[in-house]
Design a protein around this ligand. Structure first.
Ligand SMILES: Cc1cc2nc3c(=O)[nH]c(=O)nc-3n(C[C@H](O)[C@H](O)[C@H](O)COP(=O)(O)OP(=O)(O)OC[C@H]3O[C@@H](n4cnc5c(N)ncnc54)[C@H](O)[C@@H]3O)c2cc1C
Length: 416
């Protein structure tokens, strides 16, 4: 793999940057692999990378029906935090956070992880009680988390309307200083480049259209480019997970919904943190390019269209403008949607399935980007050892039979 460095940049400038290597190959599918990963989003690519890097399993294919990261990975608003309420989620997201903190160095690829802090506003007394409870739980789990009062919020975000007459009065917030944002494309590309260099085959424009199952054991997949065999298959297909489970003959407790986001025209730097409000259902940050990155909750109906409805956009912008009157004349540039797979307890599924050798990593809903390194890491360990990693184990589909649900609706909140 060609390593990136300041020196390399200068060297390639001499040849007008025309001799850079391709970041990953475009291989022809082999008839068989040790492991197949279905889905070339951040989670699938991270799984392949850690399988090769940490477990020496390099005979791996990542099968992607479109282009790398073209699913939710490239459509998300990139909020990264780990301040979840329950121990199980806190361990999972904090595991990811620790990997984020060294990811650019590990991948030799700048994923632009910016720890600018994430603030979650409280507008009612009950919001503030919930915030206090979650911050206490976070601290018990060693996660940096603070309660801010109104003055504390105003100090960090002077442009917010924190006046007493505001339509949504700001009573305080939870604040995680280590949280922030990262560059979504770079995460997919960095993992793809790292996995490819270790020997993983990344097969784009290849769609899984069925599974090869005999006597309850998986032994391969049918694709639009022919059959490929493997005794271990990990499905990491986000909003299409229910469709894939259907092909394998079982159902998952998932609903697929559109989730949308939008960005404004670029403006001068005015906001150097991430502000979320569960109560009014909106959140905003400012990207390095200067555009405001805005989102909200899911569109209420089920669907696979990668676009959202106008009422949700209208509601989101109303909420943002109430909190930030300064943004009222900013023009919006683009709006788009992704298809998110939501679980009844707002937690993911990392699990074995009724088919031996077939595993699913899904149900991340509206908040899985932040988990990308941790999810890939623990899923790779589970596939390599044939047993779910201890951090992943509580997220098994068995919880929907046993009742051991992990209700994160509060901390998932406006859902990022
Ligand atoms: C608008 C929006 C905003 C969001 N904001 C945030 C946020 O701020 N913070 C956060 O943490 N999370 C956020 N999320 C959620 C986050 O994007 C996802 O949870 C995460 O990216 C999921 O990653 P993934 O790799 O599992 O899925 P994806 O990136 O969707 O990858 C799945 C891949 O599987 C492929 N695939 C599907 N079916 C098949 C098949 N049959 N054969 C082959 N390939 C197949 C798809 O083409 C896709 O590329 C947001 C999501 C959206 C839509």
């Amino acid at each position: 793999m060609q390593r990136y460095s300041g020196f390399g940049l200068v060297k390639h400038a001499l040849s007008h940057h025309e001799n850079w290597q391709r970041q990953w190959r475009n291989p022809t599918p082999k008839p068989a692999y040790d492991v197949i990963i279905v889905g070339g989003g951040g989670h699938g690519l991270a799984t392949a990378y850690y399988l090769a890097k940490e477990f020496g399993i390099t005979n791996v294919a990542v099968i992607e029906k479109g282009w790398l990261g073209g699913g939710n990975t490239a459509r998300n608003t990139t909020i990264v935090r780990s301040n979840y309420l329950w121990d199980e989620s806190a361990f999972l997201y904090e595991h990811a956070m620790k990997l984020w903190e060294g990811l650019s160095q590990d991948l030799n690829y700048n994923v632009m992880f910016s720890q600018r802090g994430v603030m979650n506003l409280g507008h009612t007394l009950q919001d503030m009680r919930d915030i206090q409870r979650r911050v206490n739980a976070n601290r018990l789990n060693g996660i940096d988390s603070e309660v801010l009062d109104t003055a504390g919020v105003q100090k960090i975000v002077p442009i917010m309307d924190c006046s007493k007459n505001a339509r949504y009065p700001v009573l305080g917030a939870s604040w995680q200083p280590r949280a922030g944002v990262a560059r979504h494309d770079a995460v997919a590309w960095g993992y793809a480049r790292g996995a490819d260099a270790l020997g993983v085959d990344i097969l784009q424009q290849t769609e899984v259209i069925g599974f090869k199952i005999r006597d309850g054991q998986i032994y391969g997949v049918h694709t639009n480019r022919g059959d490929i065999e493997a005794k271990t298959v990990g499905c990491v297909a986000a909003g299409n997970s229910g469709v894939l489970a259907g092909m394998a003959g079982f159902r998952l407790p998932l609903e697929s919904h559109p989730l949308q986001a939008l960005v404004s025209e670029p403006i001068k730097p005015v906001l150097d943190t991430v502000v979320m409000s569960n109560h009014v259902h909106g959140y905003v940050s400012q990207s390095d390019k200067g555009d405001l990155v805005i989102g909200a909750g899911i569109d209420g109906y089920n669907g696979y269209g990668q676009r959202g409805s106008y009422p949700t956009v209208e509601h989101t912008l109303q909420a943002i403008v109430e909190m930030f009157p300064i943004f009222s004349r900013v023009r919006m540039n683009r709006q788009w949607g992704g298809v998110v797979d939501t679980c009844p307890d707002a937690c993911p599924i990392l699990s074995k399935t009724p088919v031996k050798g077939l595993y699913f990593n899904c149900g991340w809903g509206t908040g899985g980007f932040k988990a990308t390194p941790g999810s890939g890491h623990v899923f790779a360990a589970s596939l390599a050892k044939g047993e779910m990693h201890p951090i992943a184990a509580p997220f098994s589909i068995d919880r929907f039979h046993s009742g051991a649900l992990i209700d994160e609706h509060g901390a998932a909140g406006v859902a990022h």
